[in-house]
Design a protein. Sequence first.
Length: 233
Amino acid sequence: MNIYIAIFDQDIVRAENTKHFVAQLFHQLHFPCEIHILLDRASLMAVRHQVQLLFLDIDHDPKAIETGMQIKHTNKDCLIVLNSKNGAKLRQGYLTQATYYMIDSTSFSQFEKALKPALIHSFQNHLSFYDPAVSSTRIALHDILYFEFQRKTTYMILCSGQKIKTPYPLHVWMKKLRNTGFAQCFKSIYVRLDAILKIEKNEITLLNKQTLPLSRKYKPEFLEAWKDHTQVE
C-alpha cells in the first residue's frame, strides 16, 4: 500500500521542490508512496483521514497551525512537517503541537538528515521494493528473513519458506538495503534484524527457530547494529 503524502504549500516553487526531495528520499528508502500537492485548505481537509505524511506551509496561511492541530486530532498517526522560513513561526508550531517535525530545507542533504530517521521509524512496515528481475510482485522487507550467497548465487529467503534466486551478488543487496534494518552476520549472510529471536555466542536464532552462524569477524559490528536497532524500536 502506498504511503499517502500531502504537500500543503501556497509557494508552488517550494511545493515542487519538496515533492522532488520526498520522491528522491522515498525511492532511496524503498517506500512506495503517492504525493499530492494541495493549494487550499478545503482540499487538505477532504483527505485529512487518509494522509500519513503532511508538509504544512505556515508562511502563507494564518490558520495553518490550527489546521494541523485539527488534522492531528482526527488522525493521530499523521506525521506533520512544518514548512517555514521563519524560525519564530516554527517554534510557535512546536509549542502548539509537540509531535510535529519541522523543516525548511534548501538542499536534499538537509532534508534527508532531518527526516530520514523519523520516516524509517514511522513507516518501517511499509518498506518494500519492486524489481521484475527478482519477482513479478512487490516484496515487503518484513517478509524477508535473510539473503544468502551460495554457489555463486545470492538467494532471498522469505518468512513463508520460499527461496528466491536473485540476479545480484550479496554486496549489491547490502548496498540497496543499507539502513533498512539488515546486518551481515556471516560472510555469505545478510539478515533482517526484526527476524531475530535471540543471539547466543556465535549463533543467531530466527523467529521461525532456524539458526544462522554469527562469525567472529562480523560479530562486533553486527551486535552494534542489533543494539542500535532494538534501541530505536
